[in-house]
Design a protein around this ligand. Structure first.
Ligand SMILES: Nc1nc2c(ncn2[C@@H]2O[C@H](COP(=O)(O)OP(=O)(O)OP(=O)(O)O)[C@@H](O)[C@H]2O)c(=O)[nH]1
Length: 301
């Protein structure tokens, strides 16, 4: 008898920086999600898709959940909580290298509310700690809920990433191929481009500035003769002073971001990229729900 095809959805949740996006990239095998060590890197709820001979697993990335401080934070939380509705599996990620604390407890409380989904506890970043510490973390996190499976892994060195895939696959119901085989993310092209740029900014500036930016890729045209994409993007900040910081002395800082973003974009697109970025001020956009959604963050996608 042949095995039936299985398919379904798994939502990854955890406190900011738990390693959700990095795990998604490790499972897919290349970069579909941006990552950084700045909390709340992920603003879009998007799906990444892995198709194998016998199954299709659709992973839903979510913004890291925490007690919200502003409209953006609130919108991101709502988005993450909504992403746990109607999925087959919820994976609760806990960073092995940080003591289990109130941040994890807060997320676990939301996970406990979820009905009808299998729940998997995932200890991430095992490469950063000893085996003993990883086990201690597992024990500390275990009491935060009731789990159908437990996995300890490292997305950085690949340790047990396959174990995670198998743990999820086990709970996927029989079902159709929801997405074409060659599709690995449902993020529109212009969103991916804007996100790749935002990642470089997150990694290049410190403190409050990265949280204040929003990126929109406005125009993208392909020049067949030159085998080159021309991309025009707007980088929005909240204050004039931030605009100065982003641009830097003599435009040096933004130039560096441009070079790094272009490198990633060229790799993704497989051709040359011309990137033009404009920095604009949009006062207090993070407090304006309409603006947040216009940028496509949170629920607005
Ligand atoms: N050493 C190590 N670092 C990791 C691993 N997984 C993630 N990281 C790092 O942890 C940081 C946060 O990872 P992300 O994947 O962006 O975390 P996230 O949970 O998606 O974060 P938010 O978008 O803020 O919710 C990044 O600097 C990653 O490089 C891992 O397995 N090992």
């Amino acid at each position: 008898m042949t095995e039936e095809f299985r398919s379904g959805f798994v939502t990854l949740v955890g406190r900011p920086n738990a390693g959700k996006s990095t795990l998604i990239n490790a499972v897919v095998g290349h970069k579909v999600a941006i990552t950084s060590n700045t909390a709340q890197t992920t603003r879009h709820r998007f799906r990444a898709i892995v198709t194998r001979e016998d199954m299709q697993m659709i992973m839903v990335d979510t913004p890291g959940m925490h007690k919200p401080h502003d409209a953006l934070g609130e919108e991101l939380n709502t988005s993450a909580i909504k992403a746990m509705e109607d999925v087959d599996v919820v994976a609760f990620l806990v960073d092995a290298s940080k003591p289990v604390g109130t941040g994890d407890e807060w997320v676990a409380r939301q996970v406990r509310e979820v009905r009808g989904a299998r729940k998997i506890l995932v200890i991430t970043k095992a490469d950063l700690v000893s085996k003993e510490t990883a086990i201690q973390q597992l024990e500390a996190a275990r009491v935060l809920g009731t789990w159908d499976d437990e996995v300890v892994l490292s997305s950085k060195n690949g340790f047990n990433v396959e174990g995670f895939v198998q743990a999820v696959a086990k709970w996927l119901p029989e079902g159709p191929k929801w997405f074409p085989e060659d599709m690995d993310t449902d993020q529109p092209f212009e969103v991916l481009v804007a996100e790749f740029i935002r990642e470089k900014i997150l990694r290049s500036y410190r403190d409050e500035v990265p949280h204040s930016i929003g990126v929109v890729a406005d125009q993208m045209t392909y020049d067949r003769k030159k085998d080159m994409y021309r991309i025009f993007a707007n980088v929005y900040v909240e204050r004039d002073s931030q605009k100065g910081i982003i641009i830097g002395k003599g435009g040096e800082a933004i130039k560096k971001v441009g070079i790094e973003a272009r490198r990633d974009l060229e790799q993704m697109l497989g051709c040359k990229v011309f990137l033009d970025m404009q920095v604009k001020v949009k006062k207090n956009w993070r407090r304006d729900l309409n603006q947040i959604r216009r940028f496509g963050y949170g629920e607005g996608m």
